[in-house]
Design a protein around this ligand. Structure first.
Ligand code: ADP
Length: 169
């Protein structure tokens, strides 16, 4: 049986931190489905830079040569998605102690919702512990370069977006 995991998140946009987790997880799983989840909180929706479609397209572009990485989206509960698609593992990344509390709570509530699914945590990659989509968007909005922390396709899209819109604040 194929060992399949889903990797849910906002991916607004995908960063080298996410990519490192996905690449390392392919040593453990046969297939990883990156599931772009819609932000339910209105405040998070407002601060989104990329639409669900744009985020999926960027991830597809990054992994176009890796058949074991699939991309999908989810506008409901991740545990319902896992049940529907018969997935038994949810992959999450851990950066620092600050991630631990929210991830711990989420894993616990997800277990309540669906006991058949295990949450698997992977530690952040070398020199990537400070990389988060939120922080990178802030740096880029104020004119900083985020080129070292995102794939080329994302850097291009971010620059395009900044040319068209003022995304500060
Ligand atoms: P963020 O906006 O913080 O990057 P996401 O919802 O896109 O958040 O993240 C999806 C998952 O990837 C979460 O489990 C998050 O902790 C993890 N993640 C994000 N960036 C990194 C990183 N640099 N190293 C390890 N895990 C990460």
């Amino acid at each position: 049986m194929k060992r399949r995991a889903i990797y849910p998140g906002s991916f607004d946009p995908i960063t080298n931190g996410h990519i490192d987790i996905i690449q390392r997880s392919l040593k453990v799983f046969d297939e990883v489905v990156v599931v772009v989840a819609m932000n339910l909180r209105k405040s998070s929706q407002k601060s989104s830079w990329f639409s669900l479609e744009e985020r999926c397209a960027l991830i597809r572009e990054v992994f176009k040569d890796e058949r074991r990485v699939k991309v999908d989206f989810c506008d409901g509960l991740i545990m319902d998605y896992a049940r529907k698609h018969k997935v038994h593992a949810v992959l999450r990344g851990l950066r620092a102690a600050s991630d631990f509390e929210s991830e711990f709570m989420m894993a616990a509530i997800n277990r309540e919702l669906n006991e058949g699914v295990e949450t698997v945590f992977m530690m952040t990659g070398k020199n990537l512990f400070f990389v988060s989509s939120t922080v990178l968007k802030e740096v880029a909005a104020f004119g900083g370069s985020i080129k070292p922390y995102v794939p080329a396709a994302v850097w291009r899209s971010v620059k395009e977006k900044l040319k068209r819109e003022d995304l500060r604040g």
